[in-house]
Design a protein around this ligand. Structure first.
Ligand code: SAM
Ligand code: ZN
Ligand code: ZN
Length: 455
C-alpha cells in the first residue's frame, strides 16, 4: 500500500531493510515477556498493531486457541511477508489468524476491521515511532470493546542513548527522525499518555534487560564512534549526507553527548516501560467522539512538572513527577554542604528525573548511607539518593535548586524536620505543625543509624 503518511513511509524505509534479520533479534524474547503481561484467555479477539513479522501475533494466537481470533496489521511489506509465510507454513493451526497491510494510524481504511470488536489490543516496540502517542492510542482504542485492554510499551530515557541524541539533533536542525522518544521519561509518563487517551490504567511496569545488556557505560571518547555508527552509516545517514549538515550534526552530537555524561561516563539502560490500560464505560464514548480524526490534546512533552538547576546554569534538570512534601534536614553534613542552617529536600522517583545539562555534576559520598551531587563550578547542592532500604529508586532534590516559577500544581508543604539532634543553635524552628525527629522517622532511622553517623 502506498501511504500518504510521512510517518508510515519512514517506517517502511526503516523496517523493509530489517525484515529478513528481524527474527534473529532480541524481539523474540521481548515479545514472549510482553505476551506474559496480557493475560489472554481462550476464545478472545486480539488485534496486534504494528505486528511486524508476527512474533507477538502467533503467541497471542496460541493463547486464544482456535475458537478465538487474532488480527495483525503492519505497514511494511517485508515484515508482513515474513508473518504470512509463518502462517502458511503452519497451515490449519493458524486459520484463526489474519494479517492486513495498512497504516495503523488510519485503521478505517482497512476493510474487515470493526470498531468496538476486540478484547485485547497490543502494540509492541512501536509506540515511540508515532509523533503523538496519545492521539495514536485514542485512535486504536476505538477498536476495543468496552472493558477491553490495550498494552503498549515505551522506552526508558537512557535506552539506546545515541538514538535520543540523534532525535535532539534532528529537532535542532529541522530534520525529521523516525522515532519520538523524548516524552517517555518514566513509568509515569506512559501512565499519563494512556490517561490522556481516555483510558483507565491498570498497571505500568518497567521491563529490564530488554535486549540483554542491562546497563552499560560509554566514555566521552566513544562519542565519535557512536556518531559514525549511528549518523554516518546508521538509519539516518541520508538525512545527514550533506557535508554542511553533517558538520553541524557532529558538533551538536558531541555537545549532547557531553550533556548526558556524568563524571565522564554516559549511561545506557536497557529497559522499557510497559503499560496496560482498560477502556471503561465512562471513557469510551468520549474517546470515540474525540478521536474522530482529531488530534489529542497536547500530550506529553508538556508534562514536565518542574525544572531546576544550579546557580551557574551548567546543571539543568526536569521532573515529570510531582514531588513529595518537604523534609528539612538539620544534620551537620547538610549544614556544611549548604553553608546554611538546614537543607530542605523533596523526593521524586528517579525515573522521573532528567538531566538536560550536567557537565559539572559531581558526586559526593560522605557516608555509606547516601550519595549527594553538587555543581563543581558554582557549588549548588542538587540531590541526594539513599542507597539502602529500598530508597534507592527515589531521588531527593534540594528544594533550593528548583525553578519555583516553573512548578505546576500546588507547591508542597513541610513533611518533617529530621536530625534535630544536630540542629544549629541559632535555628528557630517554625511552628509548622510538622513532625520533628531527633534523627529520622522510625521507618528511616534504623538504617540511617546502621550506615552512617551523618547522612
Ligand atoms: C520494532 S517493530 C515491532 C514489530 C512487532 N510488534 C514485534 O514486537 O516484534 C515496529 C513495527 O512497526 C511497524 N509500523 C511502524 N509504523 C507503522 C504504521 N504507521 N502502520 C503500521 N505499522 C507500522 C513497522 O513496519 C514495524 O514492523
Ligand atoms: Zn553550577
Ligand atoms: Zn542531612
Amino acid at each position: 500500500m502506498a501511504s500518504d503518511s510521512q510517518q508510515a513511509n519512514a517506517a517502511v524505509q526503516l523496517y523493509e531493510a530489517r525484515s529478513g534479520e528481524y527474527d534473529g533479534t532480541w524481539h523474540v524474547d521481548f515479545t514472549e515477556r510482553f505476551a506474559a503481561q496480557l493475560n489472554i484467555k481462550p476464545g478472545q479477539r486480539v488485534l496486534d498493531l504494528a505486528c511486524g513479522t508476527g512474533l507477538l501475533t502467533f503467541r497471542e494466537a496460541d493463547a486464544v486457541g482456535s475458537k478465538g481470533k487474532v488480527v495483525g496489521v503492519d505497514v511494511t511489506p517485508g515484515m508482513l511477508a515474513q508473518a504470512k509465510a509463518k502462517k502458511q507454513r503452519d497451515g490449519p493451526n493458524y486459520d484463526h489468524v489474519e494479517f492486513f497491510q495498512g497504516d495503523i494510524l488510519n485503521l478505517r481504511a482497512i476493510d474487515g476491521l470493526k470498531e468496538n470488536s476486540f478484547d485485547v489490543i497490543s502494540v509492541a516496540s512501536a509506540l515511540v515511532l508515532f509523533p503523538d502517542p496519545a492521539a495514536a492510542i485514542k485512535h486504536w482504542t476505538q477498536y476495543l470493546k468496552e472493558g477491553g485492554i490495550i498494552a503498549v510499551d515505551s522506552t526508558h530515557p537512557r535506552n539506546l542513548v545515541s538514538g535520543i541524541v540523534i532525535e535532539r539533533i534532528g529537532r535542532k536542525l529541522g530534520i525529521s527522525v523516525p522515532y519520538h522518544r523524548d516524552w517517555s521519561q518514566s513509568e509515569d509518563s506512559l501512565k499519563r499518555v494512556l490517561e490522556a487517551a481516555g483510558l483507565q490504567v491498570e498497571k505500568v511496569t518497567t521491563i529490564d534487560n530488554q535486549a540483554g545488556y542491562g546497563r552499560r557505560y560509554y566514555d566521552f571518547d566513544d562519542a565519535d564512534d557512536q556518531f559514525v555508527s549511528h549518523v554516518i552509516v546508521g538509519i539516518s545517514r541520508d538525512k545527514f549526507r550533506d557535508p554542511e549538515i553533517r558538520k553541524k550534526a557532529h558538533t551538536l552530537f558531541l555537545e549532547e553527548w557531553n550533556n548526558l555524561a556524568v563524571n565522564g561516563k554516559v549511561e545506557e539502560v536497557d529497559a522499557v516501560f510497559l503499560g496496560v490500560a482498560r477502556k471503561t464505560k465512562l471513557t469510551s464514548p468520549t474517546a470515540s467522539a474525540q478521536s474522530n480524526g482529531a488530534k489529542a490534546q497536547a500530550p506529553t512533552n508538556t508534562e514536565v512538572i518542574f525544572t531546576g538547576g544550579c546557580r551557574c546554569g551548567n546543571i539543568k534538570y526536569s521532573s515529570t513527577s510531582p514531588p513529595s512534601q518537604i523534609t528539612h534536614c538539620h544534620c551537620r553534613a547538610c549544614q556544611q554542604v549548604s553553608g546554611s542552617s538546614y537543607l530542605p529536600f523533596f523526593e521524586i522517583p528517579t525515573t522521573a528525573l532528567t538531566y538536560h545539562s550536567s557537565s559539572t555534576l559531581q558526586t559526593l559520598k560522605l557516608s555509606d548511607a547516601a550519595i549527594r551531587t553538587f555543581c563543581s563550578s558554582c557549588g549548588t547542592p542538587i540531590s541526594m539518593v539513599y542507597l539502602h532500604g529500598g530508597w534507592d529508586k527515589r531521588t531527593s532534590l534540594t528544594v533550593g535548586s528548583v525553578d519555583v516559577g516553573t512548578f505546576k500544581g500546588e507547591f508542597p508543604g513541610t513533611k518533617q524536620h529530621i536530625f534535630l539532634r544536630e540542629k544549629a543553635p541559632w535555628t528557630v524552628l517554625p511552628e509548622d505543625g510538622a513532625p520533628r525527629y531527633e534523627t529520622a522517622s522510625e521507618a528511616q532511622a534504623g538504617y540511617i543509624e546502621k550506615y552512617s553517623k551523618t547522612v
